[in-house]
Design a protein around this ligand. Sequence first.
Ligand SMILES: [Zn+2]
Length: 561
Amino acid sequence: MSATLGPKLALARAVGAVSRVRGGGGTSLPGKLLVRMDSSAIAELAARLPRGSVLVSATNGKTTTAAMAASILEAAGISLVHNQAGANMAGGIASTLLGAAGRSGTIAGELGLFEVDELWLDRLAGQLHPRVVVLANLFRDQLDRYGELETIAERWAGTVRAGGPAERARLVCNADDPLVADLGRERAQSDYEPADLKRERAEVGGVPVQGDHEPAAFELEQAEVGGELAQDAHGPADAHEPAGVLYFGVDDDSLALASMAHAADAKHCRRCGAPYVFDAVYLGHLGHYHCESCGQRRPSPTVLARSVVLEGVRSARFQLSTPDGEAEVKLALPGLYNVYNALAAAALGVALGISLADIVAGLESTTAAFGRAETVTVAGRETRILLVKNPAGANEVLRTLALEPGCHDLLGVLNDNTADGHDVSWIWDADFELLVGRVRLATCSGTRAPELALRLKYAGIEPERIRVIDDLPHALAAATAEYPASGGGRLADNAAKQSPTGEGRLMVAEESAAAGEQPRAEESSSRLNRAAPLYVLPTYTAMLALRELLVRRGEADSSWQ
Ligand SMILES: [Zn+2]
């Protein structure tokens, strides 16, 4: 540690303490100050981590993926330094490291697990020198903040290719996201072999190679990881899968959508520019695809999900296949998007040599973070909060809601603050049509409440079921006060049959969910007799405002991040 870092850590901590006393949220404030005082602080503190760092980046789901990965690594007995949701830029990560840093060069944790904002990946990789980088997906998100998808893809490509700040990291890539899979293939084509992997292979081959900076504990892990050997021995061999890239994906034709959803992006081959032909679409632009022009196709994943069963807004289960074998995973989180998050976390576990048992235990013990299918009780009513921040994410939430029987009460909170994106036109790409005939009462709130109401109306939801209450506390009070009349389930069935659009998919989805688990019928009828939950669909800053409101009222725990 540099002689000067110690006093800076102390000063940054003191400022953080003062900020907390004053009631400022500012989890990133001490870290921002620290980085301002010493631009190499992140690198210096991260270098103390005996097992190094792993990074998780994605447009959608990185918080949940990192939470699942944390759960897996903890199940394996690895102590972590892990940043909290949202604190995923330099200031937040510096704050996290600062919080774990001890005196005289120590740190309270073995491995750094960092969720990283997609536009900060290159800069933070340069400081954190990750062992593994998870690139989970790239969806169109907050256009006015980030520009085109391709811009992010270019920066990610520059991060992971030879000469980039993460050139030595093993990559974990989503095979079903063409843009992300292309980045893995591009690295392979650069003909570059990461140094870490050379060392790993040498060890696996029985020739111990002394790492220049790594502790002994690491060596066992590397021998276990032996990515290439493991793949040769067990995995679906794929000549295109390069050293140092581990792919994950879904193999389940029963999930395939009839056509590409509105929100689909990144449909063009990065190599030749021709449109990808999709053989199956699972979620947005995620699926099985190939390029008819140049022959580029989806890489075969080493970590994959089969026999996926989506169980409404409560849970999902699937058969997880890894080089170590297969196991059924029961997630306490809903939706195909969480199956993808689980696959990314499982693949990270595989890349780190974690056992299948620990991977499954970690995935199954992960519960929702605030705003990610969190359930709270508001004014005595069960309230589920489902963050919506871009079309693809919103579509998955809507698809998940559509799987839940009955008519729903919704509170949509649409804000257009900077962190939400000032341009809210994305709501027109979200398939609210999925909810036609399934809405009992929709309350629209937030800075752009009228626009959301208009969107719902154009989706085909009856205007008399839509109301606008701009002010969030009033909207929440009104929405929670309304209980559905009894017999809501019957109403839903009739309505779904009569709905002009989208009904085929809804009914099929519902039937397949019911068929997937026989005892559900009983459960669902008893559930309909209780007061149905309120579903809140907030954008990012709306979710933060909601959390503040609930914490103030004592209805949510202030430890939620
Ligand atoms: Zn092509």
